[in-house]
Design a protein around this ligand. Structure first.
Ligand code: FES
Length: 159
């Protein structure tokens, strides 16, 4: 089985990874097409995903409120967050569906709360809670350089 790394989206490289050595983290055979795995090193949790656009390594934290994307669902290169159903394109780092709680997207545009089909409409909560939701932004995902050497997935981890 061969997996090619997906191109790293411009401007979305994780901090501290520009000049760091690669570390072997997983056998490539353990990540078939469509699979996601969390790997942890110290305080860092990384999501490895074998997407339709190629292999990606990103923070295993939703850019909305830090839920582990690795226990969500992957469809092609779209990952669905298990907490508020936000969807993110792992080939670009962009949200493709805002979370149910609404809020500001990465460009600062406001999106209202929403409910899944068949559920009653949600209201914005009053006062500070509404403001907190508004400011709980969806930021773009950050990427770690990744490669495959001798059947092992290697990631450039920050020092
Ligand atoms: S934490 Fe992922 S959509 Fe809210």
């Amino acid at each position: 089985m061969t997996i090619d790394p997906a191109p790293l989206p411009a401007g979305l490289r994780a901090l501290g990874t520009s000049d760091t050595p690669f570390t072997a983290v997983l056998d490539a055979a353990e990540l078939p097409p469509g699979a996601m795995r969390r790997i942890s090193r110290g305080d860092l949790d990384i999501l490895l995903a074998n997407t339709s656009a190629g292999l990606v390594a990103v923070d295993d934290r939703c850019p909305h409120m830090s839920a582990p994307l690795s226990i969500g669902a992957l469809d092609g290169c779209i990952v669905d967050c298990p907490l508020h159903s936000g969807r993110f394109d792992l080939s670009t780092g962009e949200p493709v569906r805002m979370p149910t709680t609404g809020g500001l997207d990465p460009d600062g545009r406001y999106h209202p709360t929403w409910s899944a089909a068949g559920l009653p409409p949600k209201e914005d909560p009053p006062g500070k809670k509404a403001e907190a939701r508004r400011l709980t932004r969806v930021r773009r995902i950050r990427y770690y350089p990744v490669r495959i050497v001798d059947g092992r997935i290697e990631v450039a981890l920050p020092v």
